[in-house]
Every structure is written in C-alpha cells, then in structure tokens.
Design a protein around this ligand. Sequence first.
Ligand code: MG
Length: 388
Amino acid sequence: MAKYDRLYFENLEKKSLAPYAVLSKRSKGRQYQEELDPFRTAFQRDRDRIIHSKAFRRLKHKTQVFVIFEGDHFRTRLTHTLEVAQIARHIARMLGLNEDLVESIALAHDLGHTPFGHAGEAQLDELLKDVGGFEHNLQSRRIVELLENKYPSFPGLNLSQEVIEGLLKHFTPFDHSDDASAEEIIHPSLEAQVVNLADQLAYLNHDLDDGISSGILNMDELVAKVDLWREAQISNEFKYQNLNATQTRFLNVRYLINLMVNDVTANAQRKIQENNLQTLEDVYLCNERIVDFSPQMKKRIVFLQRFLHNQFYNDYRVLRMMVKGKRFINELFVHFNKYPQLLPPNEHQRIREGETQERVIADYLSTMTDNYVIEEHKRIFELDKELS
Ligand code: MG
C-alpha cells in the first residue's frame, strides 16, 4: 500500500485547511458516478482532466489582447490562465482554502473563450441573439459538460460539481440581486471567489505589462495619471538606483500584484471574521462577497480599469485587429449557416441529433484558435486553397 494515497491527502486536507474550506472528501460529486481514484483526491483528478483536454491546449493560440503573430512575448489565454492559477493558489493558501479546487477552477475558467478575445465573444453573442446568445462562462461549462468528447462512459470531463459551480462566476447572488430566478443562482465557495478575484487581479497587471511593452501605454503618462502606478514607481525608486525601463516596468507590476494580493487577503480575513464564517455551510449561506478588494483599493482599481479601457483596449491598433477578428467570425458563421453542408461530419451529426444549427456553428467556431479561424477562412473563401 502506498503511503501517499488519496486517503492520505484527504486526511491532510482535513487537518490543514480552514473549517470553511471545501474538502474533496465532502464533494457533492460528479454527474456520472465513477469509482474514486486510489491516489488522487477528487479535485486533483479534475485538474488533471482539464490539463489533458483539447480545449486547454487550444488556449495557447487564443487572444488575450494581442493576436499571437503580433509578438511572441505577449500574454495568450494560456499564459493568462497560468497566471490566474498562480495568484489564486497563493491567495487560497493564505486563507487556508483548498488549493487543488482553486487550481482546477482557475485552469478551466477560460476554456470557453472564443478566438479573438472579447471581440469574438461579442460577435457570436450578436449572431445568436435569437437563440439564447453566447457567453464565455456558460461556454466553459458546455465544454467540460458536453463538448470534450473522449471518455467512453460520459460526455465532457465529468468534473466535480464544485469545479463547475466555480465556472459560473456571473451567476452568483452578488451579481444578480433580483433579475435571476433562484435556481439559476449558485452560491460560490470561497475557492470559487478566489479564482474570480485572481482573474481580475491577473489581467489588470499583465495588461499593464503588455500595454507598456507593446508601446501603446506610456510609463510617464501612467505616473502622471494612475495613482497605483505612481505609488509603485515611488517605492521602487526609493529602493533601487538607475533602473532601466524594462526593470521599472517589471518591478512596478510586481509591486502592484503584491499590493493587491495582500489587500484582498487581509480584506477577506476581516470579512470571514465579521460574518462569523465557521463552516462551509456558513459560506454557502452568506450573501456577501467575502473574497474582494477593500473599498479603498476597489476605488483605485476602478480608476486603473478605466485608464486601461480608454488608453489600451480602445487603442486603434488593438481595435483594428479585434474588428478584423469579428469580421472573420461573422463571415464564417453566416456562410456556414447558409450552407450547413460545408460543416465537418461531427457538426452534421450534432445537428441531426437535434441541436440548433446556430448553436452547433457557434460551438465549432468558438473552440477554434485565432490561427485556425484565419486558416478556415482561407479554406472557405479562397479559390486556390486546397481542401484539407
Ligand atoms: Mg480570465
């Protein structure tokens, strides 16, 4: 008998985690019942299934802000996902939460993202407005419950319920006070809340970093206009001499990540006490977001977000590529919808089985990488392209 088996790790969780953490042994289980793994806990197994999925591999060529051929050191969905997992695990550890669950949710959180970032998502949402729309969190769920299709005894990855709930971050009581029905609302674990927060924390900082290194954002302007950046700059100038631009950019971003992580951890600890959270049940019943920035930090972050929005996401160079991506997705969608016989056999099969044609096309297009959309566009519209 191996010493370090599932029972050992389940026991370790029980001994070492906070009383309000999700224990893998007490998981609500999977949709299709399976035998337990002898060595891995439920959430360790979930993480492994996500990493071995096709949708996960495709994140490497999906846009975060820049398309891959615009520069090979910018973030992609994959590196964004890894940064979210790193930050989320760190916060989880400091709060005594289940790191394996946090890691699983983080690694799966953007699986449903379309090619060409939010531009692709907005385009598909517009095209599907009469048949339920398109939303990337819901699509992440479709992928892990339905579209990854390789296990003989169930569709999808058959993940633990807690991981799936963690993907539905816009369906929490904090996001929908009264405009959603009770069964649509999920009550997120603190682990799910950590990933949600880490997602925001990661993108704010890596977009600053990519924005500057691409030359679109200017550090002098940041010092003048963004107080968070100014604080980081002053602190680093005090600590180090003669920093070059690359070092300044890196050290300031590092400072901000630390500042935000520490803020959110201290604030969450305070809220756990204030709300007297003793057990996981207390967490599920709590109507307040626990893992969040302090009110002061939130104000500063809203300002930074607005700055990024105006100066970076809406910069003409970023917008040009996004509009191009939208056009490619739109043209492919309209063409496939008019000539569904051009779709591959697997998609035909799904339409025959009763799935709406528009939804099948959206599933097909949304799983593609940026590069694949461009290739497919050539195959469909260019005369001299071979049929492969
Ligand atoms: Mg994300």
